[in-house]
Design a protein around this ligand. Sequence first.
Ligand code: KG4
Ligand code: ZN
Length: 352
Amino acid sequence: MHRALAPMNEAARLVLGIETSCDDTSVAVLECGRTLRSHLIAAQDHRLYGGVVPELASRAHLELLPTLVTRALHEARIAPGELTGIAVTRAPGLVGSLVVGVAFAKAYGLGLGIPVTGVNHIEAHLHSAALEHGPSPWPAVALVVSGGHTELVEVRGFGDYRWLGSTRDDAAGEAYDKVAKLLELGFPGGPEIDRCAAVGRPDAFVFPRPMLDRPGLDFSYSGLKTAVATALRGHGDPPYPAALIDDIAASFQAAVVDTLVVKSMRAIAATGARALNLGGGVACNRELRRRLAAECESSGVALRIPAPRLCADNAAMIALVGAWQFERGDAPDPDLDAIAALEESGLPIPRE
Ligand code: KG4
Ligand code: ZN
């Protein structure tokens, strides 16, 4: 347990976190940047459409937010007037979804007379492990692997980052979702592939390990998806036999995990990092966790992977970074608005 220090900045004492960047509506109350008083995640159901429908996502956020906030305050046993600050995801993400969260946060903050700070969703993923594992040793490498991002970042402290690598095309989670679609496993595909891969043979198919033979820390997954589609062509039309699905899932997953593990360990070697912090929905993957645990143990690096609830999109990590921003004394931004693209979001992670 960490000592519950009183925050230097009063706004950081009881922060309401709001996350609406994609299809999960989440609200959290965080005390002194450490103690989660409540944390709710309402996962929307987009299975019928085989992917997130932005218009439906933003409408659902609009409907869910007021109720979730009321419930989160109730669970935290506090009245709205006791909140000292609000942290809301402002970028990157689906613009319609972000706009709902930001507009709600600004109106709620105005009504309560408390400051609102905008949080970068990727920066929050870099630090979400701290909610469970406490302060990270620095320097650290953070691997953020989600449906929209595959990012390797050197983290030398809060706000002190260096970009190491990204995907050149599809994100790792996107590749999982696309391959799951080919296998008719439903959406989101990551958990289903994880499940099938556990009983399949990882060496049944030899899929490429994109960019592993090249220097640098970038990733590429679109060719891997094409390789899976090509392999399936020799097996007739879906529905495919369960054993084939399991083998494809295991072989595909082995290729993705290989690239993520090798590049993460290369990043650690290049930076002298003492910890590897994971974030994003793909960090829930059991094989990835198993392989990284083995590699980090033999390298003497602290592996910090949060529980699945804190890996996927969640408001607790937004409240955490928001609390740190209040502590740092960030001035409230009167022009706070939603920004869809990471490149335009002003995230202080220089790309070289
Ligand atoms: O971080 P997240 O909840 O949302 C964003 O995309 O921001 O990540 C969702 C992604 C989806 O692509 C989903 O298929 C993937 O995370 N995912 C997994 C697993 N659980 C979720 N991928 C592989 N293995 C899993 N167990
Ligand atoms: Zn995310």
